[in-house]
Design a protein. Structure first.
Length: 137
């Protein structure tokens, strides 16, 4: 199981007929899928972690099933290797594009909308963001 990635937005946004406001629960980072990396992401994440690009590739990536690019590895429990115990992203400032654009630029499956705690039917239902959390910065 590999994650989709959390959204990287702090505002309430409208998605189809529902509103989205990330609750930093980390479910998307445990959801089955892959996180693809391009050269720009590899350069940025390696620099953020103060690793050489080769060290980063060796420690945190593997070849995608379609062999077209590298993807992030998983933890033993299937979550993204960069999801920490507080459900926050260890590489939040430089996380890959698909993590930063999720879910607002995705075709989110109905099944996931029932799992993600960030979907609401109205602004009135939308709670405040958890204090001190940074996953949606
Ligand atoms: S890189 Fe960060 S946001 Fe993307 S899936 Fe991993 S933990 Fe989640
Ligand atoms: S609220 Fe949704 S987008 Fe935000 S971390 Fe949880 S599952 Fe991911």
């Amino acid at each position: 199981m590999t994650p989709l990635g959390c959204p990287g937005v702090g505002a309430v946004i409208a998605m189809s007929e529902r509103l989205f406001h990330c609750r930093c629960c980390g479910a998307c980072c445990r959801w089955p899928g892959i996180v693809r990396l391009n050269e720009e992401a590899i350069t940025a994440i390696a620099a953020f972690l103060q690793l050489s690009q080769e060290e980063f590739r060796q420690q945190y990536t593997r070849l995608a099933p379609d062999r077209k690019c590298l993807i992030l590895t998983d933890r033993e429990d299937g979550a993204c290797v960069f999801l920490n115990r507080d459900n926050l992203c260890r590489i939040n400032p430089v996380k890959p594009t698909q993590c930063r654009t999720f879910p607002q630029h995705w075709q989110v499956e109905p099944e996931f909308q029932n799992t993600c705690q960030g979907f609401y039917s109205s602004v009135a239902e939308t709670p405040a963001r958890p204090s001190g959390r940074r996953c949606a910065d």
